[in-house]
Write a protein of this length. Structure first.
Length: 407
């Protein structure tokens, strides 16, 4: 397994969050090259690199950038998504903690490419510690004259998980309740107070300096043909060395867990893995055999890569209890805008709770499948379909454990 450090290159350095250390180790070199290219040329480089969004969706970053108008009379904006509220995901805060200037450099390059003069970083409300580190780096950049042509403002959220959805994020930034918006009929940018806006995840933007400095082919030299590059994979659960480790797409999942995570704790057997945060379908140990960490492979396995937040569960894990834990989160975090989600999240949570309390019946399992169907594809955003995916994958793959609890 080869070492791949595109985003995490400076993480090990002492005081790596400072401008001085960043510049001593290649920081802002890529920014100096932007004047050699027109904005549209930079967009084309990003397209050719195959960079995909690293916030969960995996959409082409270049295609999104291309939707931004180059000759609009309205001002353009960049919104960087650092809400990072998905359970099992904690990678973006590593960038902010150890190399915030890489993010700032990426923001400045992106703003040049989309002709934006102001960028907002939307950070989750609980990330006060990381907000302070990031603000310190922004202040350093202002003092060094790096932000003479572009402003960066941190917008702190109030802790709502749904504001990680890009349109809900913008609603929150506009001072409204964080409700997702209806999707447009055609491809277009997002809108912030009626102005064209690009929304990208922290790690996506932090990958931009490497691409501009080294070229699209250098980025494509990592990963697979359809999933080029690397990702900061976060590992938690029953492993010996949990943490965040960068690897290229296409890496064998179990080899990654063994190499970086030190294997399952206490020598126990692997039972299941949630590969990309709790919104992804759970995989059995058998399904993980030979599986690689890329968008296509995990989709083919009936799950998804998501944010790369792997949750490892050993042989002693109670899958009904694990499902209940996830459903409690969804029940709490549903924004309530859509009826199937508002009612289905709470109802499914209560039914699984009843099963765990020994009061469940076999028909309750069928009721959970009915609820999953009622939530899938019938709401504005993907929150409810995620609950559906989790319900179906847990109960289908570990049905014996659920049936053992019902009369």
């Amino acid at each position: 397994m080869r070492e791949c450090k595109i985003v995490s290159k400076k993480f090990h350095l002492q005081n790596s969050h400072t401008l001085e250390v960043s510049r001593q180790n290649g920081g802002y070199i890529a920014l100096e090259k932007i004047k050699e290219c027109t904005p549209t040329q930079i967009v084309q480089i990003i397209k050719e690199s195959g960079l995909r969004g690293k916030g969960g969706g995996g959409a082409s970053a270049g295609d999104k950038w291309e939707l931004m108008p180059q000759d609009s009379e309205k001002p353009s904006f960049l919104a960087v998504n650092c809400d990072e509220s998905e359970p099992g995901t904690f990678k973006d805060r590593q960038i902010i903690s150890y190399d915030p200037h890489l993010l700032i450099e990426g923001i400045l390059i992106t703003c040049y490419a989309i002709k934006a003069k102001h960028a907002y970083i939307y950070i989750r409300g609980e990330y006060k510690e990381y907000q302070d580190i990031l603000q310190g780096a922004i202040d350093e950049a202002y003092d060094a004259g790096l932000l003479n042509e572009c402003d960066i403002t941190i917008h702190r959220g109030a802790g709502a998980y749904i504001c990680g959805e890009k349109s809900a994020l913008l609603e929150s930034m506009e001072g409204k309740r964080g409700h997702p918006r209806l999707k447009p009929k055609q491809k277009e940018p997002e809108w912030f107070f009626g102005n064209p806006t690009l929304v990208n995840n922290v790690e996506t933007i932090a990958s931009v300096p490497f691409i501009l400095e080294n070229g699209a082919n250098a980025y494509r030299s990592y990963g697979t043909e359809k999933s080029p590059g690397t990702l900061l994979f976060a590992m938690s659960g029953h492993i010996n060395t949990p943490g965040v480790y960068e690897a290229e797409f296409g890496t064998n999942m179990l080899e990654y867990i063994e190499n970086y995570g030190g294997g399952v704790k206490n020598g126990k057997k692997l039972k299941a893995i949630i590969p990309g945060g709790v919104s992804c379908g759970v995989l059995t140990a058998e399904e993980c055999e030979g599986l690689t960490l890329d968008y296509e492979a995990l989709r083919g396995a009936g799950s998804s890569l998501g944010t790369g937040g792997m949750i490892v569960m050993d042989e002693d894990t109670s899958m009904p209890e694990a499902l209940k834990n996830i459903l409690e989160f969804y029940h709490e975090e549903s924004c309530g805008q859509c009826t199937p989600c508002r009612e289905g999240s709470g109802w499914s949570d209560k039914i699984v709770g009843k099963i765990l309390d020994g009061q469940g019946k076999k028909e309750d399992l069928e009721k959970l499948f009915e609820l999953a169907d009622s939530m899938n594809g019938k709401t504005i955003c993907v929150f409810a379909p995620s609950i559906s995916t989790v319900l179906v994958s847990f109960i289908t793959k570990f049905r014996q454990e659920f049936e053992a609890l019902v009369s």
